[in-house]
Design a protein around this ligand. Sequence first.
Ligand code: GDP
Length: 432
Amino acid sequence: VPVVAVVGRPNVGKSTLVNRIIGRRQAVVEDVPGVTRDRVPYDAQWNGRRFTVVDTGGWEPDARDRAAAIAAQAEIAVQTADVVVFVVDVTVGATDVDEAAVKMLRRSHKPVILVANKADNQNLEMEAVSLWSLGLGEPHTISALHGRGSGDLLDDILSALPEPPPIVEGGPRGPRRVALVGRPNVGKSSLLNRVSKEERAVVDSVAGTTVDPVDSLVEMDGELWQFVDTAGLRKRVNQASGTEYYASLRTAGAVEAAEVAVVLLDSAEVISEQDQRVLTQVVEAGRALVIAFNKWDLVDADRRIFLDKEIERELKRIPWAIRVNISAKTGRAVDKLAPALRRALASWEQRVPTGALNQWLTALTQATPHPVRGGRAPRILFATQAGVSPPRFVLFTTGPLDAGYQRFIERKLREEFGFEGSPIEVSVKPRK
Ligand code: GDP
């Protein structure tokens, strides 16, 4: 969802404008001089288009370092917003503070819409002409309080937003790409043979699809899946699989080409260093991950207890991976694979709305603030999901965060929003 940041000095009417834009469906904190509002995002809609409005808060008029406060606000607005709405009070005109802010906004190369607010009558509308001097083009004269001009403003905000991505629901996206990886003899070819046999095999040539000849198309659970780089797996049955070096190159290639990886582990053996390397390859490539414990037909009650401890110890760093216990040999639970892949891919592509993300984060950081370091504790000002596949989050902060605190945020983020089966990335942008 695109983000619109509303920027301006205190008392120019930002809250009133934000209320106008969101249609008063959510209460906005009043613009009280001297009181810092945190950056609060609201969900808004106009002409069927959804977007997020961020009220970037007032500059504290009595802040000791006013220039720094403006810079911080402008920077956050600029880094997170698709469009900046810059509000000026037409009854006051452009102040030197406004001019300083415009300089910073201009450097961002983001579209800036100039709003001359409090133009409650025609005389005041005339006053707005002087705001051309800010160099932001024609001022949009509005009265946020009375609603005058706000519809036209919203139309212009919408046309400045980036084009919405085309809706591809059930469209011709092609099959999801799966890498089947794991150390030699873990059962990769057996599993591929099993899913091709059990389900109607549509391998190698399907009219109208372009599939790399080294890939296999397999139908599982009513859907086509593209197992990438499986040529070697199909031909070789129970034969030596070459050196580890070539095995790891093959793994890297398959993982790169895939969206989700199935890492096979041997339930009858300990989780080895080579297994760990394969898991690391998948996580570092940022692919969705399903761990399949194969050869489950060999697992008895004692072995199970042992395995639980093994998992606890060896897979601690990836508790979010989805696990299935299968047997390529007997076919046990192989039907669990497709649902696991779907769930991992859904997490991999999940988007958390900016509003929900920041509401959650505000509550979390209020309950558990960053520990004080050298008399100060960095604050998180605003968070946004910068991307998907895998989900990537950016935290805008007043300073660097402790590694431990950042991990805490990541863990809580998962607790709140899920992401089973997908790595997530959290990065921190401290303001300068
Ligand atoms: P790859 O090197 O990973 O492709 O492994 P293969 O598919 O060639 O399997 C290696 C060996 O493990 C073969 O002897 C298979 O028969 C055996 N195997 C594979 N899956 C299973 C399973 O689920 N249970 C048991 N008991 N043996 C399996």
